[in-house]
Each structure stands twice: as C-alpha cells, then as structure tokens.
Design a protein around this ligand. Structure first.
Ligand code: GDP
Length: 300
C-alpha cells in the first residue's frame, strides 16, 4: 500500500484530488458537475461509468447538504469502490488441480510490458516455492526470448525457447511438455501481440491456445494493458477478448500515469477483474490489485 501510494502520488493523484477539490465548492452548479465529468473522462474512467458516478454523487451530495472534507472523501471512496467491483475474485489461478502444471498464458500488444510482467510473475511464484517454466512464444520481437531468458536466470526459472521467427505454438507446446516432464508447478507462456490484422492475431493466439490445451487445461489468460495508452488500451482489450477468453487483466505502467480511471473502464469493458498492476520496471514492481488501497491512494 505504501508503495502504491508513493507511486501514484508521483503521478499526482490527479483524479482523487481533482474530484475532492471540485466537490468542496460551496455551490455545486451545473458547470461544476460538468467539470467533475470532465475530470473523470480525462482520467479514462469511461463514459458509462462516469455518468453513473456523477448521477450518484449528485444525488448523495444533495441529500448531504453541507459537506465536510471527511464526508466528501468517504462518499467518493464508497462510490469509486462500487465502480471497481470490490468483490471480484482477483486470484491469479496458477494451480491446475491436476497432476499437470498450472498453465498461464500472457497476451497483449507488444510494448505493453508482457515479457516484463511474465518475468515479474515468475519471480513471485518462485519466491513462493514454485517450480516455474517459462515459454518464450513471442517469436516476433527479436529480443523477446533473450529478455525472457534473462528474467528466468534472474529469478530461477527455466526458459524454453525456439529459433527466432519460429512457430509460437510449437514453443508453447515444448514449454508445456517440459513443464509436465519436469513436474513443474507452473508454466508461464509469453506470446506475441501483433495487432496489424485481427485474423493474424486470432490465428496465432488461437493456435497457441489449442496446442496448449491438447496437453493441459489453460488456467489463466492474462491480458497485459499499458495504463498510459488510455482509450487505445480499451480498443486492444476488445480485440483480444474476441480472440481468447481473458480471465484477468494486468495493468502496467500505472506508475507513469495520472489516469488511474482506466482500471474502472477496462473491468467494465471486459467484465473481467484487474488482477495485477505494474508499478515500475523493477523485479518487485508487480502487485496484486487491491481496490481499497487503490482508491485510498487516489484520494490521498
Ligand atoms: P512486451 O513487448 O509487451 O513484452 O513489453 P516489455 O516487457 O518489453 O516492456 C516494454 C517496456 O515497458 C520495457 O522498457 C519495460 O521495462 C517497461 N515496463 C513494463 N512494465 C512496466 C511498469 O509497470 N512500469 C513501468 N514504468 N515500465 C514498465
């Protein structure tokens, strides 16, 4: 929590502070409510959730009459939390419940932080005593396999890789096979995310998924989104959700944006929880997403 707060305050807690300042005005006229709306939209909360939030705030502020800063904070906290769906199950599912390893596939557009997230996640799992195999199925980006292998060496996980430009599905297959043979606990598969055509992506990811599922059920499909890309991230999320069944979202680079609202928008868009957040480039900068801590950090 302390770290989340520090990282978010570096990005100015713009959303929470802005809202609190606006709602503290003596007269909440139409212009002010429009500013509230703009603040939420600018922070990437999304149109629908913004409208809902403003409507509920207006109603509750009216009932409240005079407002102390403490009351306003409490009210905003409750309403933001409601939008963040606090009762979502955010456990990253890495246990297969069978005698095969848990299989986690990591998908997303290149550059969002997929490989880094896979490495960080491996670190958490290894620290938890798990035996982890990494599958470098991002054969599109030349350095991706090296990068993943470096993470593997750093955290103590074996990396299965193929030739540059090789077939992602066959590497994923090899990784799962190795995981089974070695009695690994978890296999993490890093994939490529080219968005040039949807059919290309669909073919590739679909194939990886099919090949993996021939050997072991997929326990988790994590979609990695870069929080700094705003609405663009939502467009990506939609495309990926059409191609594979996303079970969880990882929002990276939350340390580099004042637009925390994307958490609300993307959960709403996909109906899937944000499970992890990336708060920096370092190995320890991956945290479980905790809605309460997040709102507290926003509100300062
Ligand atoms: P990929 O192409 O999706 O595999 O992306 P990479 O894992 O190579 O990450 C792209 C860049 O984003 C790298 O420079 C990472 O260090 C950086 N990055 C990844 N996650 C985070 C994060 O949570 N915060 C910050 N600030 N940078 C990140």
């Amino acid at each position: 929590l302390v770290r989340l707060r520090a990282r978010l305050s570096r990005s100015q807690n713009a959303l929470g502070k802005g809202l609190l300042t606006l709602l503290s005005r003596e007269h909440l006229d139409e212009d002010t409510w429009e500013e509230v709306e703009d603040t939420l939209l600018t922070a990437d909360v999304g149109v629908q959730p913004t409208q809902e939030l403003v409507e509920r705030l207006r109603e509750r502020v009216k009932v409240l009459g005079t407002r102390t800063p403490g009351e306003l904070r409490g009210l905003l906290r409750e309403e933001l939390l409601t939008l963040l769906v606090p009762d979502f199950d955010r456990t990253v599912n890495t246990e297969s419940g069978l005698d095969t390893p848990g299989i986690v596939m990591v998908v997303g557009v290149n550059g969002t932080g997929k490989t880094t997230t896979t490495g960080k996640l491996a670190r958490v799992l290894v620290a938890d005593g798990k035996n982890v195999v990494l599958g470098a199925a991002d054969t599109f980006r030349a350095a991706a396999a090296d990068q993943l292998q470096t993470w593997g060496e750093r955290v103590g996980a074996r990396t299965v890789r193929g030739p540059e430009g090789g077939d992602p599905a066959s590497i994923a297959f090899d990784a799962v096979k190795e995981g089974i043979q070695e009695g690994a606990d978890v296999v993490l598969i890093d994939t490529a995310g080219r968005l040039h055509t949807k059919t290309g992506l669909m073919d590739e990811l679909g194939k990886v998924k099919r090949v993996v599922e021939k050997h072991a059920p997929l326990d988790e499909v994590l979609l990695v989104l870069d929080a700094t890309t705003g609405q663009n991230g939502l467009v990506q999320a939609r495309v990926f959700a059409e191609v594979v069944d996303i079970t969880g979202i990882v929002l990276t680079k939350l340390d580099g944006t004042a637009k925390g609202g994307i958490v609300i928008a993307v959960q709403r868009e996909l109906g899937v929880p944000v499970k992890l957040v990336g708060l920096g480039e370092g190995a320890d900068d991956l945290a479980p997403f905790d809605p309460e801590a997040f709102v507290d950090a926003l509100l300062g």
